[in-house]
Design a protein around this ligand. Structure first.
Ligand code: 13P
Ligand code: SF4
Length: 291
């Protein structure tokens, strides 16, 4: 079916194992954005959440981007609107706006540049400005502020899946698995990042586990990442920092949804041109910095 439609299937590292196992590419948000920008396929089947399919549509307007479940959203992306951001911008002196890709296209359209968890520090440092507004993830913004020395105005959004992780969970996991390396995603709270041995995007964690001499790891991100970690390092042990770290939206798409979506060309995500053009500037600036 993928061949018949000249389609490529992209899957985020949090997707269910059976989806990751048949995808053409699994990756973090940055890798998926770069691949969406480069592919010559006619159709992109995006197995992830809505903002990821929108980002693919922003970068590849001539392709058909399918999201097999239209209700696969992102709770963090829903914590900011274009109207709210416009009001915030108006309340501040002029400064760049850095927006996490976990946001809607109309929010990106008001932004100077986008970032992902993999490149947020490089993006902030690339701006010739001592001060900036960073949206919508307050944890990612605080993480960037601590590593760049820039004054970062914070939007009060967060990812509930990562926000749930508490120091007690980390302590319990460390006691259960003495000596294991604790890896945390920058969407976690600052007090969790302080406890981390390694802070990285989802694919960054896979690379770290592969390169490390350590044999056991506590994983401070959504549970879906355990599958690619175990595949990449079959001789190593991976333990969740908390069994509660599940994003329901990342688990909505099934193989049957993908087949139906491709058969009927259902679930197209297309960003209107008046939003796509300004959003593209912010996304492309990030992609150019990271390729
Ligand atoms: P990355 O895979 O880019 O680290 O993103 C994590 C995430 O929360 C995506 O929704
Ligand atoms: Fe959004 Fe968090 Fe789910 Fe990622 S894990 S899609 S940031 S709610």
């Amino acid at each position: 079916m993928l061949k018949k439609r000249r389609a490529i299937m992209l899957a985020h590292n949090y997707q269910p194992p059976e989806i990751q196992d048949v995808a053409d590419l699994c990756g973090d948000s940055l890798e998926l954005s770069i691949r969406a920008a480069k592919t010559d396929a006619e159709v992109i089947v995006f197995c992830g959440v809505h903002f990821m399919a929108e980002t693919a549509s922003i970068l590849s307007p001539d392709k058909t981007v399918l999201l097999p479940r239209h209700d696969a959203g992102c709770l963090m992306a829903d914590m900011i609107t274009a109207e709210g951001l416009a009001a915030k911008i108006a309340s501040l002196p002029p400064m760049p706006v850095v927006t996490y890709v976990n946001s809607t296209a109309d929010v990106k359209a008001l932004s100077t540049i986008c970032c992902t968890s993999a490149n947020v520090v490089d993006v902030a440092n690339s701006l010739d400005a001592p001060e900036m507004l960073m949206t919508p993830d307050r944890n990612l913004a605080m993480y960037a502020a601590a590593r760049t020395g820039k004054k970062i105005h914070v939007w009060d959004g967060y990812c509930p899946t990562h926000e749930w992780l508490k120091p007690d969970d980390v302590q319990a996991a460390r006691e259960a698995h003495p000596g294991a390396v604790f890896m945390a995603h920058p969407e976690c709270r600052p007090e969790i990042l302080e406890l981390a041995d390694e802070i990285a995007s989802t694919s960054g964690m896979i690379r770290h586990a592969q390169a490390s001499d350590a044999k056991a790891f506590i994983v401070g991100t959504e549970l879906g990442l355990l599958h690619p970690l175990k595949k990449a390092c079959p001789d190593k042990q991976f333990y969740p920092a908390s069994e509660k770290m599940i994003c329901k939206n990342m688990k909505k798409i099934s193989l049957a949804d993908i087949i139906r979506s491709l058969e009927n060309m259902e679930g197209e995500v297309k960003v209107p041109e008046d939003i796509r053009q300004p959003a593209l500037k912010a996304v492309q600036r990030m992609v150019d910095l990271s390729t």
